[in-house]
Every structure is written in structure tokens, then in C-alpha cells.
Design a protein around this ligand. Structure first.
Ligand code: PMP
Ligand code: GLU
Length: 394
């Protein structure tokens, strides 16, 4: 009795893995979580206080569909100051997380059968969100080192191409696209008249001084064709507050607002006040979190590369590493033979009680995604356990 639409969509494998690990934890199993897609830090105090204050002042009603003006103004200021692109408050709309913004944007631009090019490895939800919007995901491989392969994107363009959906810094690879490849993509968007959906949710998580580049800052022409998606979840450790935003042309934002008026009414009022505090208040807690993540990345990568059968590339951003695990193929322990990333993920969960997401969930078979959003103590323990479990295979 349920819709064909639902049957076309896969449930989110990252969300599934999170529930599975939570279940194991409830059973008292000491699982170390390298699967998590959220900062392990608490939301900074001043942000929580802003929500408390709003609640005590009775700010507990619906807000405008597109979000409160104060928040949209704060986002415009942030985009101008940090991303060097000017948007007006009515070119911004707030959603219940970047995930919901992505869906609303796709629903606003896709007609049945419109193609959305997705360079991969990519976040699990991208192809499913496109399908939910009746579009066709067109999966295009990245280069060997996971960077954007512009010539592959160019080859995939057809008359039905509506958008190219990118994510930099990238989940799951940690790659940060450089300005040149983004400029080349932008030139294609103008030449073939399609949108760039630019998911910048990990923008703060760039290391080694590598800059984050927003394609909409290139020119007015590109800005018109870019749908910039971002949110509070990762940068401010605010995943549960569910605040994401879209910055785009008025035409796209108006279309999204029509949809959101029927789907959402408005986003949580207190979370919006908290988001204003996040954007306008001190940035120090966020900056110190990022510094800590950089140390964790270096530690984890070094440990992974010392293990037999594992090879891990550099990662410049987000909080994920995507090591190649194919060196473990054909190995076995107590009758368990490792032949793919799903089997290794299972083996590590069973044998070492560590959770990492199979790369195939992100169109990266032969890899596992490790999140380093975990304390140094847990990382040391988890890497020790993994090392011991892998030694048993060799
Ligand atoms: N984009 C990417 C690439 C992500 O990894 C996530 C993480 N959930 C999101 C968007 C959505 O974030 P949220 O809905 O929490 O804002
Ligand atoms: N984005 C995170 C991840 O990739 C959170 C879970 C999800 O929504 O996918 O793990």
C-alpha cells in the first residue's frame, strides 16, 4: 500500500549504522564509534543560553516560513564576510537542517526525469534525495585521488542536466576542491545553463591553511546559478537543533518558500535564536574544536597507515578519513573471509567492537569511512583494537 517513491529510495545507511551502534551500546557493548557524522563536542554555552532566553521570553510560536529576519541577516553578513558573496535576506531560506534544505531545493528545481550529476564518492543521501524529487541521479566518478574530475562531469552533461551537486570539504573523502576546478565547473554551468548545488556544510573543517571556496563568489552570473547550502550542524556542534539554510536567486528561494510553507510552516523558533547567537557571538569554541580535529586527523591517519592491508590518503577537510582496505581482501580469521568493505566493517564490529561505515554506502567500495569525531583516548583505544583485529587476519 505504500508509494512507489518509497520503494525507489534506500534508507540512509549512515543513520542506520548510528542506530545499530546505539543499540549495541544500550546492550552494554563497549563499541568505539568511528561511524559518527557529527561533532562529539557539546553546543557552546552561549548558544544554549540564547535559546533559553528566547524560551523564557515566550518566543515559542511559528516564525515566518523563510525564517526570522534576524537570522537571515546574520547569514547574509556571514556570507559577505567569510564567503565574499553578497546575498539579500530574501535570497535566504531556513530549513530543518541542510538535508531538508537539499531536498527542498531539489523539489524546487527538478521536473520528472531531470538529471542531477553527482561526483562520487559522495554522501549517502545525495542520489536518494534526487530520486525523491523525481530526478535522475547521474553518478560521475571523481579522480583517483577523489578530486573533482571536470572532464568526466563534462561528458555526463546532457540536455536534461539540471544541476551538478557538489560537497566541499567532502563527506566521505575529506577532499577540499581547489579554486581552479570549481571555476571550471562554474564555466560549465554557464555554458550549459545548469545549477551548481554547493553543499558547504563542512566549510569550517579545512586544515593546513587550505581555503574553502564558495563558487557563488566567482561572479554574478555564477551566483545566479548556484544554490548554496549550509547550516549550523557541524560548525557549531548543533546537529540536534536542525538548522540549515539555502542562499540562492530569488526565483529559487521563492519556489522553495512555497514548498516549505506546505511542508514545514517554519523551523523551530528557539533553534533560530540559537543560530543567531552562533553566527554573531564568539567563534572561539568552534575554532578550538577545529584545531583539535586537525590533531585527531593526523593521529588517525598515521595509525591507519601503519596497519597492514590499509592505505589512507591525505584529507584536507571535514572530519572523515576514507582508507583503502583492499589489502585485507582474501584474508580470513576463524572462517570469516574478507572479500569486501561490508565484510571488513562487520568483522571490525564483531572482533574489535569498532564501528566504521562501509565505503560502498558512499560509492567508494574497497574503503571504510572513519570519522575522527571522537576523543583522543577513544581514538587510541579504537586504533589499538583495530590493529590487533587486523593482525589476526594476516
Ligand atoms: N551534507 C552532508 C555532506 C552531510 O554530511 C550532512 C550530515 N548529516 C548534511 C548535509 C546534513 O546536515 P544537517 O541536516 O544536519 O544540517
Ligand atoms: N552526515 C552524517 C553522516 O554522513 C550524519 C548522518 C546522516 O544524516 O547521514 O554520517
Amino acid at each position: 500500500m505504500t508509494s512507489n517513491r518509497v520503494h525507489r529510495i534506500q534508507p540512509s545507511r549512515t543513520v542506520e549504522m548510528t542506530s545499530r551502534v546505539a543499540e549495541l551500546k544500550r546492550e552494554g557493548k563497549n563499541v568505539i564509534r568511528f561511524n559518527v557524522g557529527e561533532p562529539d563536542y557539546a553546543t557552546p554555552e552561549h548558544i544554549c543560553q540564547a535559546a533559553e532566553k528566547a524560551m523564557s521570553q515566550g518566543f515559542t510560536k511559528y516564525t515566518p516560513v523563510m525564517g526570522i529576519l534576524e537570522l537571515r541577516e546574520a547569514i547574509c553578513m556571514k556570507l559577505l564576510k567569510e564567503n565574499h558573496v553578497r546575498y539579500l535576506p530574501d535570497e535566504i531560506t531556513i530549513g530543518a537542517g541542510a538535508k531538508q534544505c537539499l531536498l527542498a531545493a531539489l523539489l524546487a528545481i527538478c521536473n520528472q526525469g531531470d538529471e542531477v550529476i553527482i561526483p562520487y564518492p559522495c554522501w549517502v543521501s545525495y542520489p536518494e534525495l534526487v530520486k525523491l524529487a523525481d530526478g535522475e541521479p547521474v553518478m560521475v566518478p571523481g579522480r583517483e585521488d577523489f578530486t573533482l574530475d571536470i572532464s568526466a562531469v563534462r561528458k555526463a552533461i546532457t540536455k536534461r542536466t539540471k544541476a551538478v551537486m557538489i560537497n566541499t570539504p567532502n563527506n566521505p573523502t575529506g577532499v577540499v576542491y581547489d579554486r581552479k576546478s570549481l571555476e571550471e565547473l562554474a564555466a560549465l554551468a554557464v555554458e550549459y545553463d545548469f545549477y551548481i548545488i554547493s553543499d558547504e556544510i563542512y566549510e569550517k573543517f579545512v586544515y593546513s591553511g587550505k581555503p574553502h571556496v564558495s563558487p557563488s563568489s566567482f561572479s554574478e552570473e555564477i551566483r545566479e546559478r548556484t544554490i548554496l547550502i549550509n547550516g549550523m550542524s557541524k560548525s557549531y556542534a548543533m546537529t540536534g537543533w536542525r538548522i540549515g539554510y539555502t542562499a540562492a536567486s530569488k526565483e529559487v528561494i521563492c519556489a522553495m518558500n512555497v514548498l516549505q510553507s506546505q511542508m514545514l510552516s517554519s523551523v523551530h523558533s528557539l533553534s533560530q535564536k540559537a543560530a543567531v547567537a552562533a553566527l554573531t557571538g564568539t567563534q572561539e569554541p568552534m575554532q578550538s574544536m577545529i584545531r583539535e580535529f586537525e590533531k585527531r586527523r593526523d593521529y588517525m591517519r598515521e595509525r591507519l597507515n601503519r596497519m597492514r592491508g590499509i592505505s589512507c590518503r591525505e584529507s584536507m577537510g571535514a572530519f572523515y578519513l576514507l582508507p583503502d582496505i583492499r589489502g585485507c581482501y582474501g584474508k580470513s580469521y576463524r572462517g570469516i573471509l574478507i572479500e569486501d568493505d561490508m565484510q571488513l566493517s562487520e568483522y571490525l564490529l564483531e572482533e574489535a567492537m569498532i564501528a566504521a561505515v562501509p565505503g560502498s554506502a558512499f560509492f567508494a567500495p574497497g574503503h571504510l569511512r572513519f570519522s575522527y569525531s571522537n576523543s583522543m583516548g577513544q581514538m587510541e583505544e579504537g586504533m589499538d583494537r583495530m590493529e590487533r583485529a587486523l593482525q589476526k587476519l594476516f
